[in-house]
Design a binder for this molecule. Structure first.
Ligand code: CAA
Length: 265
């Protein structure tokens, strides 16, 4: 884990245990709002995690009463058009990196997930919310629109009608309502948030890591295609799985009635 330890992080904490990286947004005085430095730290972290064989899954959470309360408004206050576009472009590239990581990523949403915070959660594969989590896209109240991916990922997740309601009104949604919208997968008590997220991650990681990675690629890219092309992609991804040692191990173990020991190869 030395490379993660060498990053000199100030606004985010990362710990790795049992192949799971816990990425904790840690700028609680600003409810973990995403300034440029924090976004750059996310880039370094996910660049290392991508290459790090010892990390098979990631959980993103926040310190204090915020998951992430959005982009840093003080930083954007005097931005004009070009700077706004550059900031959006940079943040989008960061969240694309998270979405494209070929390892599972769970957002463990502990509190406010507003604006860029909701968009960070949306770039993760799965969202588990603490019962006191609050979601929302309040950007129009600031005269802008969600621009870290929210106008694209939120309607893809919960449908355009609900996404338009949330984005146009900017209203905040508590965890239970977010669950009913399909915004989050599960709601647990605040104490259970990290244990439940680890438990779900472990239930993912007992399976073949490369198969999970290929499934993620097939789902994410397939959602952007028509079904015929999506099915082509699925066939190619399946062929890649059939070429892995873990496929042999998984099927041999089934036939031999034993537990598979996957090696991520
Ligand atoms: N940017 C910068 N600072 C922020 C922040 C943000 N997004 N959200 C909270 N903070 C700061 C507050 O200014 C405050 O700092 P001070 O103590 O120095 O005054 C500190 O965090 C604590 O916040 P509050 O005192 O406001 O806490 P609260 O419990 O009264 O309210 C809240 C919590 C409802 C989340 C409120 O802080 C809030 O509305 N925050 C802004 C949420 C928001 O609009 N987010 C969207 C940003 S735009 C965006 O994200 C664009 C995009 O698409 C990416």
């Amino acid at each position: 884990m030395s490379k993660l330890n060498e990053l000199g992080l100030k606004n985010i904490e990362v710990t790795v245990k049992e192949s799971i990286a816990l990425v904790k947004m840690n700028r609680p005085k600003a409810l973990n709002a995403l300034n440029n430095d924090t976004l750059k730290e996310l880039v370094s972290i996910f660049d290392v995690i991508k290459e790090e064989k010892g990390v098979l899954g990631v959980i993103v959470t926040g310190e204090g009463k915020g998951f992430v309360a959005g982009a840093d408004i003080t930083q954007m206050q005097n931005y004009k058009s070009e700077q706004g576009r550059e900031y959006a472009e940079f943040a989008q590239s960061v969240f694309n990196k998270i979405e494209n990581l070929e390892k599972p990523v769970i957002a463990a949403v502990n509190g406010y997930a507003l604006g860029g915070g909701s968009e960070l959660a949306l770039s993760c594969d799965i969202r588990i919310a603490s019962s006191n989590a609050i979601f929302g896209q309040p950007e129009v109240s600031l005269g802008i629109i969600p621009c870290f991916g929210g106008t694209q990922r939120l309607p893809r997740l919960i449908g355009s009608g609900l996404a338009k309601e949330l984005i146009y009104t900017g209203r905040m949604v508590k965890a239970e309502e977010a669950l009913s919208m399909g915004y989050v997968n599960k709601v647990v008590s605040p104490e259970e948030l990290i244990p439940a997220s680890i438990e779900m991650m472990k239930s993912i990681l007992k399976n073949a890591p490369m198969a999970i990675g290929y499934a993620k690629v097939a789902i994410n890219r397939g959602l952007e295609m028509d079904i015929a092309n999506g099915l082509e992609l699925e066939k190619d991804a399946a062929a890649l799985c059939f070429a892995t040692e873990d496929k042999q191990e998984g099927m041999d173990a089934f036939v031999e009635k034993r537990k598979a020991e996957f090696k991520n190869r």
